[in-house]
Design a protein around this ligand. Structure first.
Ligand code: ADP
Ligand code: MG
Length: 585
């Protein structure tokens, strides 16, 4: 993800682009919100008018000829003005309530949809992306940044819109009352708009840094908690604590900076409003004295100035909030901009089932620009055959194996199944035809039953248990207190390595796929466990095209065909029987 630090003008535009596709369908709610908002503005504009009538009437009653013609003060007029004030304030509160609810509703719905879109997008990105992305930061973007967007839409976007409309409406009314004074307001608003621009972009930059530092925090916290036993065994608590504190302090510094900038903008606006008020006071008083305006008009003016300028001041506050939100919006947009690498070529094809014939033709995979993880591989696997990939660590075995379920696509060359380029196949179909088991057996928090069922979500309990039996997992599962309902901790922390591995083999068995890929499944297991896992593998791979990545010569020798890799190239191949001989030679 390009985490650029320079302020970009397009931050707001990108953020709006992010939410725009999700606004569709919320039209009625949003329209209702806008109507309520307009009503609120109308009532805001009306609010000081009863006061004006009372003051002008009082002025007349007192005998001054400043207030033009009109009724004089009476109890009836005063009561009427009081009632009008209460009605206006009440209706304004109602309109505000309705607008807030409508915007909150639309905001939450949009945020929910956006979050779902980002999640789906992230889950589809390739190994290449996830190998280098930082998961804590990614989670932070998905949860906190999207949440911030939603919150700001309601706490800043809505009031800002209302303020803008209010400002315009009040300016129009003021023009009718006295154009000279209205000009003062316009000059003040324009000055604000000009002075706030630089502050806003600085606030966005500082906020972006804060969010970055918070992403770092999430990463360090996640890595530490995820590897707590290594952290404690190696005494890394203090070292990681220092790193955490470093990011923590950075986030604090930048956070304070953006708050300081926002506060500065607000106070400068206060000053501006003060000057504008003073001008109106002097000019307006003089206009009343020269009979160009009534005292009531002056009251309207000063109230409007306060009400119209308060929005202006709030704008300073909201600009800060919105600047922070667009920093979040950019982070989310950055994630969405990562192009999914695994894309179909043409219309995705589905066939009833694959036979399991695989061919690699001129396959090269690069992770970084020049470094080739595997280079120009040509090999063929016949349906039902069991082949082994052997070779030193880093020789490209896993890379080659991960091409089959398209966890990654070749940089050059093609991988074919039954003569069809994998990229032309429907990705869900292809993956349903491949069962992958990796060295690190991955379990999710939930019951053992759920974990096995992830191989095929519509499997019945009986099918799950059959798979577990075939994977030699049934007995140890039944020995656990809750049996199949036993809850495994995050990443299977409550089970032994061999047990985890057999559960993941049961999961692969349940998939009943014609192609099986086993990546160092027995590596790191002790004798007994390895034997049980090997027996389970035997069942899993019977009659299926199987790719076994292994360090174990015996396991390789038991395969039909062996490919030995070195630095991304096949340096030897031959029948399993000949493999051990080749090792000695
Ligand atoms: P093996 O499984 O044989 O140990 P791999 O296929 O995992 O080897 O790796 C082959 C080469 O590709 C290694 O040099 C490794 O550093 C590199 N590599 C593997 N995965 C990535 C990745 N996601 N990003 C960058 N380089 C990678
Ligand atoms: Mg490997």
């Amino acid at each position: 993800m390009p985490a650029s630090d320079k302020p970009s003008r397009s931050a707001l535009r990108r953020t709006l682009g992010l939410v725009r596709p999700h606004l569709r369908g919320h039209g009625p709610v949003m329209a209702g919100g806008v109507v309520a908002l307009l009503f609120e503005v109308v009532f805001r504009v009306l609010e000081p008018w009863p006061l004006k009538f009372v003051i002008d009437a009082l002025t007349r009653s007192l005998g001054a000829d400043l207030a033009g013609t009109g009724p004089t003060a009476s109890l009836r007029l005063l009561l009427l003005a009081g009632a009008a004030t209460v009605a206006i304030v009440g209706l304004r509160a109602l309109a505000n309530y309705l607008a807030t609810v409508a915007f909150a509703l639309a905001g939450s719905r949009v945020a929910t949809a956006l979050r779902a879109r980002v999640f789906g997008h992230v889950a589809r990105l390739s190994r290449r992306f996830h190998a280098t992305s930082r998961s804590g930061d990614l989670v932070q973007r998905l949860i906190a940044d999207v949440g911030r967007l939603q919150e700001v839409a309601v706490t800043a976007g809505l009031p800002m819109l209302a303020n803008l409309v209010t400002l315009v409406a009040m300016t129009v009314v003021m023009f009718f009352l006295d154009w000279l004074l209205a000009v003062v307001v316009i000059v003040a608003a324009a000055t604000f708009a000009l002075t706030s621009r630089t502050s806003t972009s600085k606030i966005t930059t500082a906020s972006r840094r804060t969010r970055q530092a918070e992403g770092d925090l999430a990463n360090i916290a996640q890595e530490t908690v995820g590897a707590i036993s290594v952290v404690q065994a190696y005494g890394l608590e203090r070292h990681l604590g220092d790193r955490f504190q470093g990011s923590n302090a950075k986030s604090l510094r930048d956070g304070v900076k953006s708050k300081r900038l926002a506060a500065g903008l607000e106070r400068r606006t206060d000053l501006l409003i003060g000057i504008a008020t003073a001008t109106v006071l002097v000019f307006g008083g003089w206009r009343v004295m020269t009979l160009n305006m009534t005292p009531g008009d002056l009251v309207i003016f000063t109230t409007y100035l306060k009400t119209a300028m308060k929005p202006l001041r709030d704008m300073a506050k909201y600009t800060g909030r919105i600047a922070r939100a667009t920093a979040s919006g950019e982070r989310v947009a950055d994630v969405l901009d990562v192009e999914p690498e695994i894309r179909p070529v043409g219309a995705p094809r589905r066939v009833p089932a694959l036979t399991g014939a695989l061919r690699f033709s001129g396959v090269t995979v690069r992770f970084q620009k020049r470094h080739e993880a595997v280079s120009d591989i040509d090999l063929e696997i016949v349906p039902g055959e069991r082949v082994a990939f052997v070779g030193h660590s880093g020789s490209g075995k896993s890379t080659l194996a991960s091409l089959v379920p398209r966890l990654i696509d070749p940089s050059e060359g093609v991988v074919l199944a039954d003569g069809m380029d994998l990229r032309t196949l429907d990705i869900d179909f292809l993956r349903s035809q491949v069962a992958l088991v990796q060295q690190e057996a991955v379990l999710f928090s939930g019951s053992v039953m759920d974990n096995i069922r992830m191989g095929r979500l519509d499997a019945t309990d009986e099918e799950v248990m059959d798979a577990a039996r075939a994977a030699r997992a049934h007995d140890f599962i039944m020995a656990m207190p809750d049996g199949y309902q036993h809850l495994v901790g995050e990443r299977g922390g409550t089970l032994s390595g061999g047990q985890r591995q057999r559960i993941s083999i049961a999961r692969a068995l349940l998939r009943d796929a014609p192609i099986v890929v086993l990546d160092e499944v027995t590596t790191g297991l002790d004798g007994d466990n390895a034997d049980a896992v090997l027996a389970a593998i035997e069942t899993l791979t019977k009659g299926r095209t199987t790719i076994v990545v292994t360090h174990d010569d015996q396991v390789a020798a038991a395969c039909d065909w062996v490919f030995r890799l070195e630095r991304g190239r096949v340096v030897w191949q031959g029948a399993g029987d000949a493999f051990l001989g080749s090792r000695r030679g």
